[in-house]
Design a protein around this ligand. Sequence first.
Ligand SMILES: [Cu+2]
Length: 484
Amino acid sequence: MAVNRRALLEYAALASLAAALAPVARSADEHADEPADYTLRIGTGLVELAPDQIVSTTLYNDQFPGPLLRFRQGRRVIVDIHNDTDTPELVHWHGQAIPSDVDGAAEEGSPYVPPHAIRRVSFVPQPAGFRFYHTHVVAGADLSRGTYTGQAGPLYIEPRNDPGAYDREVFLVLKEFVPTLSRGGDMAMDVLAGHPLEPLQALGRAADRQAQRTTKGFEVGYQLFSINGRLLGHGEPIRVRAGERVLFHVLNASATEIRSLALPGHVFQVVSLDGNPVPTPSTVPVLWIGTAERISALVSMDHPGVWVMGDLADDDRRRGMGIVVEYADRKGMPRWIRPKPFRWDYARFGSAEAAARSPDESIELVIVKHNALLDGFNQWTLNGAAFSMQSMQPIYRLQHGHRYRLRFRNASDDIHPLHLHRHSFELTQVGGKATAGVIKDVVMLGGFQQLEFDFVADNPGLTLLHCHQQLHMDFGFMALFDYA
Ligand SMILES: [Cu+2]
């Protein structure tokens, strides 16, 4: 390139502009002199699920689950993330309304933590409640990457005022280990309230005919199941006294699975969903928890004994998905009693009288599965398009301050745990019912069902929407919103 005087002047102007902007550009290290509030080290480690069941995987701080982080609402935190592995990593702060560059999603422009390097992030935690953090890298066909690993930990943002009508809190992290691929396998359909819609079933059949493949795409199964990193019967029991009120904070940290939880002889009073207090704290016999969802529920300890608090799936519970609840002075083998079938209905926690505000704009998204299209993996499309990790094109440009209604129409038999980054949303229609007041960041959409939620575009920057099922998000089920 020939350098002329004009180019030099332009260069000089740019250089002085760069100097003027330097304090802004350096904002990422504005806290460089301060000590970090927390340090996360990503590295390979061992999880002793039971004395003879020890798995090797990627962990935070050499433990599973990752350490419980307690932030205070509105008080800035500094976290140093060390990546001791050989591959780039990302820590996503799930459920928080924070800027795109620290949210921890490459699609939104958050920088990776390079291998054997450190990245410092700083943000103001919000909103208050039960959140979590986890890796956000693509796994694809590599089951040693992404949320198939042990990179997940609970996070609690203390509200400015905590009413705390309970005796104590117990955090439970549900997680499977040793993933393998298999073909097909039907997903349980008796999980959610509502009914399949015929027009969506017709769309699904049309997609099946078009795919012209007789084999189904891969699904992921697991060998070992755990709560708080222990197989059922191998960790410390939860020790309770009769008359206590225990607040359980349950996180489904699975990569792909929908989980359930029951405690024989007891009921759960659901007080928060995804960390947000619900308008109607309703009592249920069973918790159904989609991938990445959280439920906070109070249990009155009024049925003394030694119990298995476990998953309804017999196979998964026998392979570890449970934890023992032991009353003081009670001994003996933990007992499991199968609860009656119970379908999960988000609307029961909604506001009985109020209707949701009407939106400024509505966007419809039709979800279609293309059987075994990508080297044996199912491909997922939203309105006919699979998300491209190469171009990472935003599909919708949003207006700051507008309220958007997203209408999801599921033309597949799978349940999808839909997740929106950096915003909370309000459920407005689910399982065929209108509702209001249930605020979430992940919601399960039933097979061949329809669901609507609203969000306000109040946190500018690239915003990712995706299915939280790792196998779905890696094979097309993502979309990016942009707004200034
Ligand atoms: Cu999905």
